[in-house]
Design a binder for this molecule. Structure first.
Ligand code: SF4
Length: 456
């Protein structure tokens, strides 16, 4: 999962710089910004947060693209930071190419010189012989035939054109907006709203949009399959202030909380659980916890406060980093914890290691009982489309049923939302939920996916 942004117009570089900061939650391993003007050129890639780069308005830049990296596989290396470029095109994407190894072999046989292990270079390879703007469409057609997986792509061509396209299933989000002197693409709607763009619409699945001289030259659906928006965008990834596929993320998270209340009422009918309060694991689950508390008629309280200067723990690269981040990033409000029975709400439970540490902290600070509720159903299968859900055996769901998981995590009870209620809350059946069901919409060679791709 990554964040992408592209802009054309007088404020192109500034918009990409601030846009990427607004998309920082989508990836913190590093960033890259490429911008071009008639006289000036900017190319920066760093393994830092975006705001560590001292942006200056001194450059005259007409087109720019940028990328926040979140590495799903292997270690995070500087050489894997996007964008990548050839003579004419610079490009970056959000997603994961599932036939990466086959594609890499094909392009190596054509003597294509790769500089990294990043799958964006596969996409770039298809644009090796672009001579004029109209060639872009033929390249995208070929990509849709040959390249499998999820990809929301933004790119620059020469110094005066930007273009974007989304894979035919539309797994990863991408939106498009306009302002007086320019256009922009971004992973999330609120970024464009903040930067003053209007008429914000989705780039449809399988659609190509090309913009030059402040005009939309091409807006065309090239190939479409059934829409499969990633359900995890609403559950966790996307900013709560935005929209994904026309659905407000806030509204969906609120409905997830209400549905969770229905599930809990049903499940606890014959149990003697009587929580004193409902509390979120900050920040993503706050909206669902609020709705759940309202629906159960229980007080909503904060029991953990997040240190905002510590990175989002789920998207750190390894378990040691994640464990350290949890210790540093959550501080307890002891007066709300001591001697309380807490119904703790999390957006999802992936490996369970984060939950386990949080529960231990709550109990160490005197919580009498803790019940855990997940606003996402059990994640039972790996994700091959750009989210770091690992091998099945690393997922806490592999332990067994809710009772076994509760024992392992150290809580009195664990409740998960059901798949049907998740779909109902999202308000669409056109979603990818392969990590819940094992039904993958796009073919994957599962055997070599994880092992082969970590090699340099
Ligand atoms: S498998 Fe899960 S995380 Fe991956 S794209 Fe599908 S819904 Fe999203």
């Amino acid at each position: 999962m990554c964040g992408v942004m592209a802009s054309i117009g007088k404020t192109a570089l500034q918009d990409v710089y601030y846009g990427l900061q607004l998309l920082q939650h989508r990836g913190q391993d590093g960033f890259g910004i490429y911008g071009y003007g008639l006289q000036d050129e900017v190319k920066v890639k760093r393994k830092t947060l975006v705001n560590q780069w001292p942006y200056t308005s001194a450059f005259n830049i007409d087109v720019a693209i940028g990328h926040n990296r979140y590495s799903t596989i292997g270690v995070s290396k500087e050489s894997d930071l996007q964008p990548f470029s050839n003579q004419q095109i610079s490009l970056c994407h959000n997603g994961n190419i599932t036939n990466f190894l086959d594609q890499k072999r094909i392009w190596k046989n054509r003597d294509y010189a790769f500089t990294s292990n990043n799958d964006a270079e596969i996409l770039l390879a298809y644009f090796s012989n672009v001579k004029k703007t109209s060639d872009i469409k033929d390249c995208v057609k070929e990509i849709f035939e040959e390249v499998k997986g999820s990809y929301s792509v933004v790119a620059t061509y020469c110094k005066d054109t930007i273009f974007a396209f989304r894979d035919p299933f539309g797994i990863r989000p991408l939106v498009f907006g306009k302002k007086n002197d320019g256009y922009a693409f971004a992973s999330e709607t609120h970024v464009l709203e903040f930067l003053g763009y209007s008429e914000i619409t989705e780039v449809s699945r399988g659609e190509l949009i090309v913009i030059k001289d402040n005009k939309v030259l091409v807006r065309e659906i090239i190939r479409q399959e059934n829409l499969k928006s990633c359900m995890f965008e609403w559950v966790y990834f996307a900013g709560v202030e935005g929209k994904v596929a026309t659905q407000n993320v806030y509204d969906v998270r609120f409905r997830l909380g209400k549905s969770l209340a229905t599930t809990i009422k049903q499940k606890w009918k014959h149990k003697k659980f009587e929580p004193d309060l409902v509390a979120p694991v900050p920040d993503t689950s706050r909206t669902s916890a609020l709705a759940l508390a309202e629906e159960l008629g229980l007080p909503y309280r904060e029991v953990l406060i997040k240190n905002r200067y510590i990175q989002r723990s789920f998207i750190l690269n390894n378990q040691t980093e994640r464990a350290k981040a949890i210790e540093w990033k959550l501080n307890p409000i002891v007066s709300e914890i001591k001697d309380k029975k807490i119904l703790l709400v999390d957006d999802s439970i992936v490996r369970g290691t984060t939950s386990k540490k949080i529960i231990k902290m709550l109990k160490d600070f005197g919580a009498k009982e803790v019940y855990l509720a997940s606003a996402c159903p059990q994640i039972e299968y790996p994700c091959y489309y750009g989210i770091d859900f690992p091998d099945k055996k690393e997922l806490v769901a592999s332990i067994g049923n809710e009772e076994a998981i509760a024992n392992w995590i150290g809580v009195e009870d664990v409740t998960y939302l059901t798949n049907d209620l998740l779909k109902e809350a999202i308000g669409s059946t056109n979603i990818c939920n392969a990590c819940l069901t094992g039904e993958y919409p796009i073919e994957v060679n599962q055997n070599d996916f994880f092992e082969e791709r970590v090699k340099p």
